[in-house]
Design a protein around this ligand. Structure first.
Ligand code: PLP
Length: 408
């Protein structure tokens, strides 16, 4: 029945399928006897998904018209300005800038790929990556090409990145690159300032040769990545971008506002060319209008209300800091035990996930289920959602995984 080019399309969503298995196990054995490390949402020490208290209070208090009224396809103007303030804080580069409201960070990625990657061509992503990138590209007839994210010593593989960019641009006139940093999913890795300099140099070099590059920076987890001023330092480096190097920041309210299901985010475009940014705005408006028409007005209003009030912004930052501290404490506990038991781990800086490299992740994850530990197999290893594992479940977890991973 389906159109010829849609036949056989199937979403392989292991997060949801293993998550379901974890929930069934919890119902059968009791939640305390099951470790559900599949979840990508912050949970408190009670193991339940948590909402930032300020967000809950203000969201519930919004008038009903904010929930039911339409919004413009580009989003509320005030939201666009507030998102830019949040994205850049005091690191805003002196470039032309526009914002398109999107259905979460996923919608932002969709708009970026659909409008800036040529049909049939390759989008560059890291080998350790959020698997949805592949589907977003496939959905609009683009493919991915991966580069090795990490060197042996766990640092950013600048050479592999440069090689991949140069190689792709031998046959393509343009290239979309997606980099997820800081607090990378699935590893918790972040590019350093020097890594960013290398990235900008490589892109700048190609741009000077006449190529068109679009650099998409997926900052979905930036709110829990460290000191806000420090973690945005790399954004200063965008100021030297030539006119055919478009920077797009994929912003999401899912994690930073704990509004995962409210589907609100933004794509922020930055360019040294007014014409490029005008085009970005028109393309974004067109894509938004035809994909979802407009996004959650109440969530946009909430973010605007918080950002226009310094006291509320400070309150939000303090609450995020508390969530961040909890995640970092859990990660430190796990890391310490992983070291003690010899369990290999990708260097973790911050974020919702920890990754354990393994050649047969699916097999290990299946075996872990017999121990009532539910983790996610990803390309290159096993992902643990440290954001949602209560501290009481951490002692012995690394040892159990190590024992399972080394079983014959
Ligand atoms: N980018 C990464 C790396 C993610 O892990 C996610 C969510 O899990 C997103 C972007 C976007 O999330 P959402 O569409 O919920 O905003």
């Amino acid at each position: 029945m389906a159109a010829a080019d849609r036949e056989g399309k199937k979403l392989q969503d292991v997060v949801f399928s293993i998550g379901m298995a974890a929930q069934q196990a919890a119902a059968q054995y009791g939640a305390d006897r099951v470790v559900n490390a599949t979840v990508g949402c912050y949970a408190g020490e009670d193991g339940k998904i948590a909402c930032l208290p300020l967000v809950e209070k203000l969201y519930r208090a919004l008038p009903i018209r904010d929930f039911v009224a339409y919004a413009p396809p580009l989003g509320l103007d005030s939201y666009g300005r507030a998102v830019q303030e949040e994205v850049f804080a005091d690191r805003r580069p002196d470039l032309y800038c526009e914002t398109v409201a999107t259905a979460g960070g996923t919608g932002a990625l969709h708009i970026a790929v659909a409008n800036y990657a040529e049909r049939g061509e390759r989008v560059l992503v890291a080998d350790w990556r959020w698997a949805v990138y592949d589907s977003v590209c496939e959905e609009v007839g683009r493919k991915v090409r991966t580069f090795t994210l990490l060197r042996e010593d766990g640092t950013f593989h600048q050479e592999a990145f440069a090689e991949a960019v140069h190689e792709l641009l031998q046959t393509q006139d343009s290239l979309v690159i997606i980099l997820n940093t800081p607090a990378h999913n699935p590893t918790g890795f972040a590019l350093t300032y020097d890594d960013w300099r290398a990235v900008m140099d490589v892109c700048g070099e190609e741009e000077k040769k006449g190529k068109r590059l679009s650099l998409v920076v997926d900052i979905a987890y930036i709110a829990y990545s460290g000191e806000p001023h420090e973690v945005r330092r790399f954004m200063e480096l965008f100021k030297g971008a030539g006119e055919h190097l478009l920077i797009m920041i994929a912003f999401s309210m899912s994690k930073g506002y704990t509004l995962y299901g409210q589907r609100t985010g933004a794509l922020v475009g930055l360019s040294s060319s007014r014409a490029v940014i005008d085009e970005f705005r028109e393309l974004g408006k067109y894509s938004a209008r035809t994909a979802w028409s407009n996004v959650n007005r109440a969530a946009m209003t909430l973010l605007t209300n918080i950002r226009r009030d310094k006291t509320l912004t400070a309150e939000l930052e303090a609450e995020r800091r508390a969530f961040f501290d909890t995640i970092m404490r859990r990660a430190a506990m796990f890391t310490k035990e992983a070291r003690a038991t010899g369990l290999p781990m990708i260097p973790y800086t911050a974020g919702f996930f920890i990754s354990l490299p393994h050649a047969a992740p699916m097999q290990v994850c299946r075996r872990l289920q017999a121990r009532r530990i539910f983790a996610l197999p990803v390309h290159g290893g096993i992902r643990l959602g440290i954001c949602s594992i209560p501290e009481r479940q951490l002692p012995g977890l690394a040892a159990a995984i190590q024992a399972t991973a080394t079983e014959d």
